[in-house]
Design a protein around this ligand. Structure first.
Ligand code: PLP
Length: 380
């Protein structure tokens, strides 16, 4: 019986246990203690943003972004349909409307050419997603936003350590959201962070994250008691999560290089089949560098996709498809609207397969490659 190869396998990379122990010894288990501060500092360095705050998920960071954009009922936010539900829910929870536009067929990121047509007097923001860890075309998005007075939010859930024109993901818009869910590169089970690039929004971000109180100012000794000053919720993780996360953040470079090496092995292994146009491989412009978050294949059509997924499953290899486009999901129809025909999104969904990629995959990657290649050749 051959080992099953899962799609993802979370792993520890160094000091997780000793930092957990240290957190317990330090005696503070609630949030914003020693390890949270160290994580925030590290994320400031990795993201190039002036301010980073841990959250309990990327979903929470996106919800904070929705509040920081001051979204209200009737407002509209432009985003790709090819994304995770949390991008849209952050808008819907404010009573605002997600407006779904198509992606670029090469980058699979929001297509800047589709945005102008979706802008109305109600448009307040663009939520860009850095799909597979490759940053969206941020200069174009920021130009459009500036011309129309819109906020730009990066859903950088998958993109810690990636760059655009030499600048790191997280520093490319007004606000960014990262994920440390166990399926991402840097993990703490559930976890996330918000980075705030507009200094005028940093204090409000602290307040929203601390139940609408000015507790952060109190902890810095700037006020002598803390009180309710704005809307907010509890968006911060406890210290045990931060301690685990800090061990991972310390190894960000090692993790990224190891994942990029696996990504490169896949890329080389399928290069000839891509040349023959049997499959399409991940593409990115010269403006961006990735972080080895995800490797995918674009198949000929949905039957080709399902047949390969089934074949891999029989060989014990889990290779899932990805996002059901939000504009056609029941929630998307109910809460959002689509602009344009979104044909690239629908087409991409029907053809995309993600291959296993995790830190401890090692030479098992050759089995994924062999099984996939032999099926592709037999089904040329
Ligand atoms: C993973 C992911 C999220 C959600 O992250 P959580 O930390 O699980 O809340 C949001 N958006 C994108 C693009 C993601 O990949």
């Amino acid at each position: 019986m051959m080992n099953r190869i899962p799609f993802n396998k979370p792993s520890m990379v160094g000091c997780e246990f000793s930092f957990l122990e240290e957190a317990l010894e330090r005696g503070q288990l609630s949030g914003d203690g020693y390890f949270t501060k160290r994580c925030n500092e590290r994320i400031v360095k990795l993201s190039g943003s002036p301010a980073a705050l841990l959250t309990h998920s990327c979903t929470a960071a996106l919800e904070m972004a929705g509040i920081l954009c001051d979204l209200k009922p009737g407002d509209e936010v432009i985003m790709p349909s090819f994304t995770f539900v949390s991008t849209a829910n952050a808008v819907v929870l404010r009573g605002a409307t997600p407006v779904f536009v198509d992606i670029d067929q090469h980058s699979l990121n929001i297509d800047p050419n589709q945005i102008e047509a979706a802008i109305t007097p109600q448009t307040r923001a663009i939520f860009a997603v850095h799909y597979a860890g490759f940053p969206a075309e941020m200069d174009r998005l920021n130009q459009i936003a500036q011309a129309h007075g819109l906020m730009v939010i990066e859903d950088a859930a998958q993109a810690l350590g990636s760059t655009y024109k030499g600048r790191p993901a997280g520093s490319l818009g007004d606000i960014a959201a990262f994920s440390f869910h166990e399926t991402k590169n840097i993990i703490s089970g559930e976890g996330g962070a918000i980075t705030v690039n507009r200094r005028d929004l940093v204090e409000r971000a602290e307040i929203i994250r601390e139940k609408g109180t000015n507790r952060s100012r109190f902890l810095r000794g700037q006020v002598d008691r803390y009180t309710w000053v704005d809307i907010g919720s509890s968006f911060l993780p406890g210290e045990l999560v931060a301690a685990f996360l800090f061990a991972q953040l310390e190894q960000e470079e090692v993790i990224r290089q190891a994942r990029l090496a696996l990504f490169g092995r896949y890329q080389n292994a399928f290069a000839d089949l891509a040349q023959q146009e049997r499959v399409v491989l991940p593409w990115h412009s010269d403006d961006v560098t990735g972080n080895g978050h995800m490797f995918y294949l674009l198949m000929r059509d949905i039957d080709d996709r399902d047949a390969l997924i089934g074949h891999l499953r029989e060989a014990g290899i889990i290779a899932p498809l990805h996002y059901v486009p939000l504009h056609s999901a029941p929630g998307g129809r109910r809460f959002g609207r689509a602009e344009g025909d979104l044909s690239v999104t629908d087409n991409t969904y029907s053809r995309l397969i993600r291959l296993p990629l995790y830190l401890t995959l090692g030479d098992e990657i050759e089995r994924v490659i062999d099984v996939t290649r032999s099926w592709l050749s037999a089904n040329a």
